[in-house]
Design a protein around this ligand. Structure first.
Ligand code: HEM
Length: 232
């Protein structure tokens, strides 16, 4: 039986995944740029993080929206992948590229894999940093600092400690490369779902999507690598 709710239709699900994906890309860009504050020094980074924390209810509202976007994005993304498999029960490893200008490349087929890895990463990432030492529910005086008489969390210390280990430095770098693959196809696919593209624009939009994905990935990778190789 087909659903009457247009948002539950395959097109509706693609739209939801696309819109939430673009909003999440916006968050990821802001987060990446925020991380770069570490290049201005530990104090600048801690002050930035402290400023975000000081937003109180505004931050909670933002975090609530973020969780909702992630949930909608992941649930609809998985449903699209399951729908595609049902409609075309050919194993992925025997699935030949459509070739030519088709974007049905390894990127689109790997969306679900990169997406699931990102979701697992996200849970571990938030547990390590947001709820790590000195974070909510995890008070630790060793991870507190004082800048101009204001007590705040020493998030810079935690970030430096984590990325001094090969596991975090190279593990994060590997996940960020998957993020590039996910964004590269995701941005194009989202714009296509939104109908923001005419076929003549396809190559340009795909190039721009790829470029944005690569820039975000490089921006994120810079910090773990700089810390690990003592370049900060
Ligand atoms: C090198 C890469 C990254 C670094 C160094 C990093 C660093 C951090 C740190 C230090 C926090 C804690 C912030 C705080 O408690 O104030 C955090 C939170 C967070 N990060 Fe990342 N992050 C990275 C990549 C990513 C990526 C790729 C994503 C998403 C795909 C992501 C999503 C989040 C989310 C959702 C939060 C929680 C934000 C909140 O609740 O306010 N991070 N990150």
């Amino acid at each position: 039986m087909t659903s009457r709710n247009p948002l539950r239709s395959p097109v509706g699900k693609k739209l939801i995944t696309g819109i939430t994906g673009l909003l999440l890309t916006g968050f990821v860009i802001v987060h990446m740029v925020g991380n770069l504050a570490m290049f201005s020094g530990s104090e600048a980074y801690n002050e930035y993080a402290h400023f975000l924390m000081s937003l109180g209810p505004v931050l909670y509202l933002f975090e609530f929206g973020l969780v909702a976007f992630f949930v909608f994005h992941i649930v609809n993304g998985i449903q699209i992948a399951i729908g595609k498999r049902r409609a075309r029960p050919v194993a992925y490893d025997t699935y030949k590229s459509a070739g030519g200008m088709s974007r049905q490349t390894s990127s689109s087929r790997s969306m679900i894999i990169t997406g699931v890895v990102m979701a697992v990463f996200l849970v571990l990432h938030i547990a390590s940093f947001k709820f790590g030492p000195g974070g909510p529910g995890n008070a630790d005086a060793a991870y507190m600092t004082s800048i101009d008489g204001v007590e705040m969390r020493d998030l810079a210390k935690l970030v430096e400690e984590k990325f001094s280990t090969p596991l975090y430095a190279f593990g994060y770098t590997a996940v960020m490369l998957l993020l590039v693959i996910h964004l590269r196809h995701g941005i194009w696919s989202a714009l296509q779902s939104l109908g923001a593209m005419r076929p003549s624009l396809t190559p340009a939009v795909y190039t721009i999507g790829s470029l944005i994905g690569v820039l975000i990935g490089l921006g994120f990778i810079a910090l773990p690598m700089a810390i690990y190789f003592n370049l900060l």
